[in-house]
Design a binder for this molecule. Structure first.
Ligand code: RIB
Ligand code: CA
Length: 311
């Protein structure tokens, strides 16, 4: 039976691919999509989420706009990585489907509190929306089956030496979420997502699908890979966010370990670092399953196979 799911995201090319993967996977019952400011403004992430739903043939999908800025830090977007639109390389028309009238935080609270069974949350951007929902209505924790998120790193960051973008954008929100007592938390940080590189060969395999979706994904990944090539010399962009959906579909692709994870929220040098206690030296109980290894080729086989479902 399909597991109920809400995806919170900041499209972003990699968020967009994650949404396409989720929408092509009948194992997942996507209840709704919430958007947040991150890669670009929340207006743009909301437009982009709807563009992707229409591309996927799902204009009926409900998209809810969320928080326009982090809890405390000023919003610092990432157009230098994702382009002015946030999904440069896609070339998609303005969305026609409506944005839902209620705020994403209200949607999260109302949907979780009324859910007949606990819901999986997939977070692909800064955690602001979920943090606000948890502060406003702590009881939603009982209605969250599991939280799988892309963010943080057990090793180095990608914005500062210490911090990854999603967590650094809103470190206070991340700490609220990680300390909320959610029954199952899975962290897919840079230490695994930077293993899934969209090489030219992998992009061409997707382009060879010869579908509109294949063409758009290949275009987005070609644009998106430029930043990582210039900065790290990588042969393509890491497909960070689709790892979350791939974990929901085929968790065996990933190797995880129970760890205590805490977010640095004060240090100037290490602000936003996810301090991952892999070996129990803090003597604090694990609050997350942290992924350390991934079958990258198996990931791309799954992604390409699911994208082939679009005609
Ligand atoms: O650091 C990678 C994360 O930041 C991804 O979620 C990407 O979309 C950006 O939001
Ligand atoms: Ca994202």
């Amino acid at each position: 039976m399909a597991r109920p799911l809400i995806v919170d995201c900041d499209p972003g090319q990699d968020d967009a691919v994650a949404l396409l993967l989720a929408l092509a996977s009948p194992e997942l019952q996507l209840l709704g999509i919430t958007t947040v400011a991150g890669n670009v403004t929340v207006q743009q992430t909301s437009d982009n989420a709807r563009r992707i739903c229409e591309l996927a043939g799902h204009p009926e999908m409900r998209v809810y706009a969320g928080c326009p800025r982090p809890l405390l830090r000023p919003l610092q977007t990432a157009e230098h990585v994702h382009g002015k639109t946030g999904i440069d390389g896609a070339d998609l028309p303005e969305p026609q489907m409506p944005l839902q009238p209620i705020h994403a935080v209200q949607y999260l609270i109302e949907t979780l509190m009324a859910a007949p069974q606990p819901v999986t949350l997939a977070l692909l951007g800064p955690m602001t929306n979920l943090a606000v929902a948890l502060v406003q209505q702590p009881q939603i924790v009982e209605h969250i089956d599991r939280l799988v998120f892309m963010g943080g790193s057990a090793f180095e960051g990608n914005v500062t030496p210490a911090a990854e973008f999603n967590i650094l954008t809103d470190p206070h929100a991340a700490q609220v979420v990680l300390s909320a007592g959610i029954r199952e938390v899975v962290m897919l940080g840079l230490n695994v997502t930077q293993q899934v590189i969209s090489t030219p060969e992998r992009i061409e395999r997707i382009r060879a699908l010869k579908t509109r979706v294949g063409e758009v994904v290949a275009g987005m990944l070609t644009f998106y890979g430029k930043f990582d090539l210039e900065r790290y010399g990588l042969p393509g962009g890491p497909l960070h966010d689709p790892c979350v959906i791939a974990y929901l579909l085929e968790p065996q692709l990933f190797q995880t370990q129970p760890c205590y994870v805490e977010v640095e929220t004060t240090s100037a040098l290490n602000l936003g670092r996810t301090v991952v206690d892999r070996w129990g030296t803090s003597h604090r109980p694990a609050n997350a399953q942290v992924a350390f290894e991934v079958d990258a080729q198996g990931f791309y086989d799954l992604l390409t196979e699911r994208l082939s479902c679009y005609k």
